[in-house]
Design a protein around this ligand. Sequence first.
Ligand code: HEM
Length: 474
Amino acid sequence: MDSLWDVLVVTAIFFTTIILYRNCFRLLRSKFCNQLPLGSLGWPFIGETIEFISSAYSDRPETFMDKRRRLYGKVFKSHIFGSPTIVSTDAEVSKFILQSDAKAFVPSYPKSLTELMGKSSILLINGSLQKRIHGLVGAFFKSSHLKAQITKDMECYVKLSMANWTENNPIYLQDETKNISFQVLVKILISLNPGQSMEFLKKQFQEFIAGLMALPVNIPGSRLYQSLQAKRNMVKLVKKIIQERKSCGISTVPKDIMEVLLKDENEELTDDLIAENMIDMMIPGEDSVPILMTLAVKYLSDCPAALQQLTEENLKMKGQKEQLGEALHWSDYLSMPFTQSVITETLRMGNIIIGVMRKAMKDMKIKGYLIPKGWSVLTYFRSVHLDDNHYDCPYKFNPWRWQDREMSSCNFTPFGGGQRLCPGLDLARLEASIFLHHFVTHFRWIAEEDKIINFPTVRMKKRMPVWVKRRRDP
Ligand code: HEM
């Protein structure tokens, strides 16, 4: 009897909710009449999320967008991840959104992510504090002093890692590059050298990011709970480093991001906020750079002509520097045009960050499209980067296309744009250039068959195994 009663109650709740949901959207439709972009809001609650995710897992995640672009145009409405969403695959509309300030659009992430990041994370805050931190971090990343330091550190980590590679076993490039770039990232943020604390941080960080896409349920034992605990452990470690640094006195020329922020006089930059942000800044930096390196090797392995040209360029640079008896300077790594074109093309095809999410703070009209207050917006870069109106044969890895082409257009935004343009973009390019230089000048390799997975983050299915052979020729 009890269970019949339960079934009746659940059924009643289900149908009432559907009716309320439908009425709610009927109301929205009548309020905004024909001003909303075309599109479908899909099923109650789940909207079009399942279709979005199933195409995100495929080789061509953009098919979800392509289908709707054909039906409704480059900007359309949908309902994904629990929110009515305007999807923009139009480069100009996306540019406008990215350049708008926090009165118009603010960052919007899944709930588990916002819980893990905390309210004062640079990825979430808006207004003057975000601008301040962004400016300080960006300026530090651009300084030639840091680039010189990073070049030395990166060379050292790359050489240490490569010294252990053997010819009898496959090398998992995704793991190797992850290890190298994590060490670089932690050095830039808090000047931690490889050792026990670094290993502790690495372990805790893996635990932390495992919760980024988890269910937003924070109870003991849940994934989110464990990730928050890992974050607390990391923050504790960083706060201890802050205390030690303060007691020894902070250097006049800041040696890491932590010191840059500690030296700033803005009272909002408390030790807690700085410690939390050191961890939050690892989120965009930790995975993206190693994937950039891994994908570059994957694309080069599939394109012998590009690999040959890149290798020749790097061997030539190496030879010139050896003749002069000099080490490569950071600007040497960035001065090789074909290597830069390979990195640019990898960013275009790889779409390491497929797009960014924002929430509209007021009704906005862009190019005639209405974005209602409270709706999410997904500026989807992948569709723009793979649009044959912008790029000939967009699915073909063709670094040569960048030889006579500007990068600074709204059709190429792997690092986002506007006020939140990635401050780590120079660093990412420099790290990738150093890795590729040492890889191609020291090794030949055969890549095992592997596949790019695009969701929830871009990665190689088998972690990119390659069989290497040390070069005997100069
Ligand atoms: C291939 C490598 C990278 C890619 C593709 C990438 C991409 C992006 C994108 C698209 C954004 C904009 C997010 C938005 O508008 O909401 C962003 C922001 C950011 N990135 Fe990167 N990133 C990379 C490497 C790095 C590195 C190495 C760091 C170093 C810590 C970094 C730190 C940041 C930070 C702190 C932000 C937030 C800026 C703000 O909101 O003010 N990124 N990144």
